[in-house]
Design a protein around this ligand. Sequence first.
Ligand SMILES: Nc1ncnc2c1ncn2[C@@H]1O[C@H](COP(=O)(O)OP(=O)(O)OP(=O)(O)O)[C@@H](O)[C@H]1O
Length: 259
Amino acid sequence: MTDGRYALELVDVRKSFGNTEIIRGASLAVAPGERVGIIGPNGAGKSTLFNLISGRFAPTSGAIVLNGKPIGGLPPYQINRLGLSRSFQISNLFGRLSVFENLRCGVLWSLGYRYAFWKFLADLRDANERAEQLMHMIKLDRKRETLAMNLTYAEQRALEIGITIAGGADVVLLDEPTAGMSKSETTRFVELIREVTVGKTLLTVEHDMGVVFGLADKIAVLVYGEVIAFDVPSAVRGNAKVREAYLGSALADAQVAGH
Ligand SMILES: Nc1ncnc2c1ncn2[C@@H]1O[C@H](COP(=O)(O)OP(=O)(O)OP(=O)(O)O)[C@@H](O)[C@H]1O
C-alpha cells in the first residue's frame, strides 16, 4: 500500500461512466523526480486517468496519493494547492495579454490572488520577479510584450508550460505537449520540457513515440484501462505483452511517420 515514498501513487484505481468501466484497476507508483510517459492505444483511458489525477473526475474506487496525501475526489484547485499542476491540450492562454502578463497571471492565480486585489498589489513585485524567471526558463524573454495570440504555436505551448509550472508544483502533468508541432519544433520542445522539469516529477500523455522514448525515465502502458507495463523504456520496448497489445503497431506507425 502507500507509504509516502512516492510523489504520486495510484492504487487499484477504477472509474466507470454509467455501466462502463473505463479505468479498470490502474496502479502506478511514481518516485519523486521521475519522468513518466503514459502511452496506449486510442480510447485506452489516458485522458481519463489524467482527469482522475488532476481532480476533474472522482475515482469510482481506489486511492490516488500525492506526496503521501490522499487526493482522490478532491477538486482540482485543492489538488493544485497540494503541489500538482496540469497543462491542457487545448490552449488555456489569455490571447490579448502579453507573454509577461500571462505568466504573471499564472503566478498570481497560483498564489490564490484571484479575488483579493489588495493582497495582489502588495505582492505584485514578487509575482513580477517570478514571471521574469519563468519567461527566461521558457526562452520567451524576447517576446515579453508580444500578445499570446500573436505567438507561434510552439511558443504558445511553451507559454502554457510556463503557466503550468508558475506555482512551483512539484508534480507536473502535461497532456500531449508536442501535439501539432513539426519535427524540429518537437526536438527543441522536448529539450525545453527536460530543462523546466529538472527536479520535478513529470507525467505526460503522448502519442509521439520518439518523444516518449526520448523524454521518459519510465513508461506506463495503458490498455483498456489497465496498466499492463510500467518500466524503463528499453524494458517496455522489449516487453512481449506490450508489443502484442500496442507497441508493435505504434512503432510501425512511428516508423512510417519517419520517427
Ligand atoms: N465523461 C465521459 N463520459 C463517458 N465516457 C467517457 C467520458 N470520458 C471518456 N469516456 C470514454 O472513456 C474511454 C477512454 O477515453 P480517453 O479519452 O480517456 O482515452 P485516451 O486513451 O485518452 O484516448 P485518446 O488517445 O484517443 O485521446 C473512451 O471510450 C471514451 O469514450
